[in-house]
Design a binder for this molecule. Sequence first.
Ligand code: F6R
Length: 245
Amino acid sequence: MRVVILPTEQEASDFAADFIEKLIIEKENAVLGLATGSSVLLTYEALIKKYQSGEMSFKNITTFNLDEYIGLQPDHTQSYRHYMNRKLFNHIDIDHKKTYIPECFNKDYESSCESYESKVRENGGIDLQLLGIGTNGHIGFNEPTSSLSSRTRVKTLTQNTIKNNSRFFENNEVQPSIAITMGIGTIMEAQNIILIGLGKHKSKAVADLQNHRNAVVVLDNLAASNLKLYDYYIHTEKMYLEYMC
Ligand code: F6R
């Protein structure tokens, strides 16, 4: 696992955007796994800038989002579909028909989950999965205790996650407590993973991370501040840039 520690949130996010750009240059019809939340926002802004300046195009890209709240219609302002349109898809040349988000608006959740898994497979699997991490270590909505071989399914959110995400909801808005999420098993099948950790409140969760064969973890200094091997990671990245690039 490559751990890249950069001084600021902006630099960590620019690194993630460059990483995604590189993949798309190599594979213009790449399949991206995407996340919502605050950790990925600056990365999405950087990608939009790259598109606007003509550096890259998303026209042949397919995307699969990690998760969606059960109970929110896609046009609900707190749905992840709405978030993705607002924060990324409406600003780039992606074909909206090729942007997938788990379907939570018909009651047959089991078949929604199965068809999501099939869609990922039909598209050849995920080339690069972008991840944030919850303060309790969740990725997607795979809360602690999720099976490492779990697939896309309905998951009940922990009180910790509900509390953390309440910042996005108005006082009078109902906040869902269940969601459909890709499983850890689904995520682990991605060819590459890039996980973004920003801020001191993530430092405990990132210190507990496990391995994937091609995972890059990009952290700002604050999120890295609990890493026992901080100095080693800084040194290793220097070596990586010197000898591997
Ligand atoms: C959302 C998702 C979540 C978030 C995590 C961190 O699609 O996958 O796992 O990445 O809750 O959220 P932020 O970035 O808001 O701290």
